[in-house]
Design a protein around this ligand. Structure first.
Ligand code: NDP
Length: 232
């Protein structure tokens, strides 16, 4: 399987890369910046997996960067089976509407919603025709309207919009047999989730690979990392 992961240099993104390499897949690791500090963990992996790991500059806020990354794959004759839109930001956690930083809201939408839209727009032509093709948008329980809580305006709203994007493309891509998921990965011990979180990102990645590999029967778009339906 050939898999693209955005935000692949740390957190859940890096766990997708490590686990995918162990499974023998080809991994295309999108990173915002190609400097040695950002890509250190990936470069270390490349020592052991040089034929399976491909590092791409891919800033999801920059359409040209996304288009160039997609073109570089096209030109080398590559195709994809899975797109994992993982890159995201959780802005300063303001609590009240008076504290709202509108710039932060725009930044969150730019990364968390428009980022996956740019990636799907440019990488969709690379998705092979087959039976295991999927687009995985990493969402959050913060996107549930049913279980909404106060605060986290930029993040919550941007992930709700991401869920709508997932729902819409799942309809558009049904006839191409491309599965689309918006997945809550659980509360994970990453820079974003913090130390008190319940899950190691690797556990979440294991569950999400089970979904991608169709080991679990799924019939909804918004689900958690174990394949359980989430309430929109
Ligand atoms: P981290 O904050 O640990 O990592 C975020 C990743 O996104 C980094 O690799 C970062 O790159 C990348 N990124 C940010 N902006 C851009 C950009 N413009 N272009 C490309 N890459 C970018 O997050 P997690 O690993 O915790 O989160 C992964 C996913 O899971 C996210 O979608 C998040 O919303 C979701 N999630 C996480 C939860 C948690 O508990 N951690 C809970 C629910 C959902 P860089 O290093 O360059 O900044």
């Amino acid at each position: 399987m050939n898999i693209l992961v955005t935000g692949a240099n740390r957190g859940l993104g890096l766990s997708f890369i490590k686990l995918g390499l162990e499974k023998g897949y080809q991994l295309f690791a999108g990173v915002r910046t190609l400097d040695n500090k950002t890509t250190k963990a990936l470069l270390e992996l490349k020592d052991s997996y040089k034929n399976q790991l491909h590092i791409l500059q891919l800033d999801v806020t920059d359409e040209q960067s996304v288009a160039l990354a997609a073109n570089s794959l096209k030109e080398s004759g590559q195709t994809l089976d899975v797109i994992i839109n993982n890159a995201a930001v959780l802005e300063e956690r303001e609590q009240t509407v008076e504290e709202l930083d509108i710039e932060a809201c725009m930044n969150s939408f730019n990364i968390n919603t428009l980022g996956p839209m740019r990636v799907v727009k440019h990488f969709l032509p690379l998705l092979e025709v087959g039976t295991k093709q999927s687009i995985v948008n990493i969402s959050s329980n913060a996107a549930s309207l049913t279980h909404a809580y106060s605060g986290d305006y930029p993040y919550g709203l941007s992930k709700v919009a991401l869920n709508m994007f997932s729902e819409k493309i799942s309809r558009e891509l049904k006839e191409k047999n491309i599965r689309v998921y918006s997945i809550h990965p659980g509360w994970m011990k990453t820079d974003m989730g913090g130390e008190q979180a319940h899950l190691e990102p690797l556990e979440s990645a294991i569950g999400i690979y089970d979904i991608i590999e169709q080991k679990i029967d799924i019939n909804s778009v918004y689900i958690d990392y174990q394949g359980k339906r989430m309430d929109f």
